[in-house]
Structures are given as C-alpha cells and as structure tokens.
Design a protein around this ligand. Structure first.
Ligand code: GLN
Length: 547
C-alpha cells in the first residue's frame, strides 16, 4: 500500500511550505526511506513557463526540460532526487488530460464532472508519482479557502480511505508584540476550521512564526484544532533554510509521521530501516554557514526582477553553496540593472564579484552591459548566465571588436551585428509556452580552457532555458578580439557556443546554460565553487593593496 504525506497551507502564501515539505523529505530520506515529492499547483497554466517571476518567483527547469514551480528547486536541493516535469502537477495538466479523454470517448455516456472525473485524474497523477518509493510527499499549492484548490483538497481527502496518509498543515502564528511575546492563534484556528469543513483533519500543524512558540500556545492550538500537543510543531524563522530538518528532528516530527503512516510497530513493515535520523551532513553544512568567525565575500546580482525575493532563488542558493565549499559566508545583494543606467556602475566597486543572471525583455539590458564592461576593465570576477553570457558577447563585440550597435535580435531587430540571434529552428514559432531550448543538453568542453579546469572533463550535461543563441557567424571575429569560446553543444550539425571566457582576466566566464539549477548544498556546483574562490582571492588582494 502506498504512503502519502499531504502538505497544505493556511492563513497566507509564502510561508515556506516548499521548504517545510522538502525538510520532511530530507528527514525521511536520512532515516532510510525512499522518497518522492510532488507539487500540485491549482492554476490553469500547463506549466510555469509563461509566468512572470514577479508574481510567481523563479521558473525552475527540470532535466527533462519542463518549466516548473520553484518549489521543485527546493526538493532537489534538499533531497537525493532529480525531479522531472511530472513532479509538478498543475490544474492545467489535469483538466487538459480530462478533456482529451472526453474527446477520445473514455467517459462515453457520462456527464464529465469535477467529482469524480477531475478528482480521479488528480489521484491517478499522485499515485503515479508514488510508484517505487516508500513515501510520497505531495504539497498542495495555494492557501486553504481558495476556490481553485478545492478539487485538489477533495482528491487528497478521498485518499485517506484508500492509502496510508498523513496530513500536515502549515500555518502562520503571528507574534503580536516582541516585548510582550504575545502570539496569536486565531488565524491558525480559522484555517484549520476551513480545512475541516472540507473534511480534512490535520495530523500535524506546522506553525511558522518569528520565534519558537511557547508551550501554552501549542496547548491552545492543540485544543482548538484537535491535534495532539506534540503534533503542534514550531518552525521559526531561521538564518539558513538548511536548519529546518534539524529543527524538525528536535521537534520530533519524524516520530509523529512514522507512527501515523506505519503505526506503533513500523519495523514490521520496514524491518531494515534505521529509525533515528542522523542528519550529520545537515549538521555539517549548517555549522559552516553559521560559523561566526568565517570570512565573507560580497556578491552582487545585477538583474531586473529584484523586488521579488524569490526571482533568483536557485542562483542565490548556488552562490551560498559555493560559499559552503570554500567555508566562506556569502553576502548577496540584488542590484537593479535599470538603476545602474541612471546612477552609473561605480557601486559595483563595493563587491568582490558580480553575477549577471538570466532574463527576458530589454528593460535594464544596457545597465547589465555597463556592469560587464566595468568588471572586464577592472578585473573583477564576473559570471554571466544565459542572458548574462549573451550580453557579455554583446559588450565584447561593441567595445573590443568595434562592432558598433552589436546586439541580440531579441532587443534590436535591426542591429547591424546580430551577435545573438534566432537559429532557423526557432524562427516562425508562434507559441511561447514550452518552445525554448529547454532542459538537459550534452556539452563538449575544450581542453586548456578555464572551464575545463573547473569541470576537469570534456563532456557535461547542463540545463537550458533560452530561445536566442550566440550566432556562429561571429565566432571568428570575436575570437580574433581575444574572446575564447570554451564549450559547445550541437543543434543538428551546427556547433553552438555554450561558454565564453577571457584568458587575460581573473574570472570572466559566461555560460549559456543554468548551472544554478543543479547545485546542491552537499554537491556545490563547480562553477560556483570556482567563482566564489576567485571572489575571495580578489577580496584579499584588494585588502592587501589598501594596507
Ligand atoms: N532571453 C534570452 C533568450 O531567450 C535569455 C534567456 C535566459 O536568460 N534564460 O535567449
């Protein structure tokens, strides 16, 4: 029989439900269970590809080339899994599939309805993800009380009778006054009430709050929401999200879940599992990240989606992972590229390294180009990712190869030097969803290059999400100017640049792919490890020259 943990959210969004779900998975994995984890998103979009990062945070790309919810990034970072597009189940996918079945005549003679047809489809998607693992964690997006999440909640309610289930509800417990330390439980009571109206009684309530909630508050929540007192779990704000599995162990979440799913004698079902989470690798990284005497490097991300904390979440985490590998702290600042156009780029002198991330649309591109020029001329470590690499090529073309008004045709269709262009295979595409170069592609690395030194191999696989490519027509002229094209992939017979670098520079590397999607705290991506190391060396040189 399959075992499911369903994670719902109450009171408001952005409580970190994804990290809570991933942390539950991390503990169970550490105890020896095999785990898969899915995100159910009640929106009608088929995938997150056409969503604005301002509204929805980062779009995370899986190996199999699906543009998904950013929570899948948390899942990959916390667990030993590689997610697939199937780990993100949207209402769009469900309805699409129900409608296709209706057209085929699979429901012949019936009225197709939310219950049972849509709910059955949701259940079959969830079940398919549970195949071959001991436990499936299913996180339901949105907040209890939303109209659109109702079919999902109904589906998971029905599963109680059919499988082993445990329901975890994540709520918010506001701290009214820091001085009196008064916590308020009413929002939690109301959101649990809403959940029970639908027929779901939570087994565990995870209380997000500024600080640990005291015992009397746990007692109150237990009484009003009808959960055991030890099942009221405190999840306070933390310095680093990687602390959460440790906090959950201390709070005893794993014991409650195992008991709920497998009864008081789980050994009967799993005779060989170790029952206590050791979490040693988690303890190790948290202690590095919190080491008070550790030095830090200051990194600027020059982008345009800066008002949404989560727009660059995988990038920020990958930078932190680079810090962990070098036993350094990383102070990350998001800088509005549009502001650099007005105020100049000198602010960048306050940083030890700069990242130009991926992006779409012309706003702020000139600010990014100015930032690249500044780093190139002042020998400041700079990493360009996707759009960042494309703009590095534009900058180099304009300022070194004297290709006046060189640009990407994404931003200037009449540029005399389209150094970044659409290839034949992207011309005439009229649908925007799911049509970019997406997911994992094989890449060949040239020996005797900086990127070869970083990867120490000539063949890698990295994830992509872009439509425009560095035009092969300009490689010669750019190379003559001194730019090295250090890696390529093949689209048909065409060799497409995947990375560029400057030999004369301390660390000037651009990559067409997204290394940030594959970095994990326990397996920091080599590009970020090398980048942070060079930022630290630069910092030390700067400090020495001041002395
Ligand atoms: N907008 C660029 C393209 O589509 C870069 C995309 C990105 O940075 N992810 O090619």
């Amino acid at each position: 029989m399959e075992s499911f943990i369903f994670v719902t959210g109450g009171v408001m969004s952005s409580l970190g439900k994804g990290i809570v779900s991933a942390s539950l998975g991390a503990i169970l994995e550490d105890m020896g269970f095999s785990v898969n984890i899915v995100k159910l998103d009640p929106y009608i979009n088929l995938d997150a590809g056409t969503m604005n990062p301002y509204q929805h945070g980062e779009v995370y790309v899986t190996e199999d080339g699906v543009e998904t919810d950013m929570d899948l990034g948390h899942y990959e970072r916390f667990l030993n899994i590689t997610t697939k597009g199937a780990n993100n189940i949207t209402a769009g996918k469900i309805y699409y599939s129900v409608i296709m079945k209706e057209r085929k005549g699979e429901f012949l003679g019936q009225t197709v309805q939310v219950i049972p047809h849509v709910t059955d489809e949701i259940k079959s998607y969830i079940r398919a993800s549970a195949k071959g693992v001991d436990v499936l964690i299913a996180e339901i997006g949105g907040t209890v009380g939303d109209i659109e999440s109702l079919p999902f909640l109904e589906a998971i309610r029905q599963m109680k009778k059919e499988s082993r289930t445990s329901y975890v509800h994540v709520t918010f417990v506001p701290l009214l006054s820091k001085t009196s330390g008064e916590f308020k439980t009413k929002p939690t009571q109301h959101s649990v009430m809403k959940l029970r109206e639908i027929g779901i009684q939570p087994d565990i309530i995870v209380c997000r709050s500024e600080k640990f909630i005291p015992q009397d508050i746990r007692k109150k929540i237990s009484l009003f929401c009808d959960v055991d007192e030890e099942a009221v779990i405190s999840a306070p704000d933390v310095d680093t999200v990687y602390e959460l599995p440790l906090i959950f162990r201390k709070e005893g979440v794993h014991k409650i879940i195992v008991k709920k799913l497998f009864g008081t004698e789980p050994v009967k079902i799993f005779p060989l599992k170790p029952w206590e989470p050791k979490l040693s690798k988690w303890e190790k990284i948290v202690s590095i990240m919190k080491k008070s005497e550790a030095e830090s490097v200051r990194i600027a991300i020059v982008g345009k989606y800066i008002s949404q904390e989560d727009s660059y979440i995988s990038l920020k985490e990958a930078i932190k992972h680079g810090g962990i590998a070098n036993e350094l702290k990383t102070e990350i600042t998001l800088i509005d590229s549009e502001k650099l156009e007005e105020d100049g780029v000198e602010i960048l002198s306050n940083f030890d390294g700069v990242v130009i991330p991926g992006g779409f649309g012309s706003r702020g591109t000139e600010g990014k180009i100015n930032a690249i020029k500044y780093c190139r001329e002042n020998n400041i470590s700079i990493l360009g990712i996707c759009l960042g690499m494309q703009l590095m090529v534009v900058e180099f073309g304009r300022n070194i190869c004297k290709l006046e008004r060189a640009h990407s045709v994404e931003f200037d269709t009449s540029t005399p030097y389209p150094v970044v262009d659409l290839l034949e295979n992207q011309r005439g595409i009229d649908k925007l969803g799911g049509t970019m170069r997406l997911g994992s592609w094989k890449i060949k690395i040239k020996e005797k290059t900086k990127i070869y030194e970083i990867y120490k191999t000539t063949q890698i696989y990295e994830r992509h999400r872009h439509r425009y490519e560095i035009s092969p027509n300009f490689i010669d002229i750019l190379e003559r100017g001194g730019l090295t094209f250090s890696a390529f992939s093949y689209i048909g017979d065409l060799m497409i640049p995947e990375s560029i670098e400057l030999q004369s520079h301390r660390w000037f590397i651009g990559v067409q792919f997204h290394p940030e999607f594959k970095s994990k705290p326990f397996a920091p991506h080599p590009i970020f490890v090398s980048f942070i190391k060079s930022c630290y060396e630069y910092k030390n040189e700067k400090e020495k020259s001041i002395c």
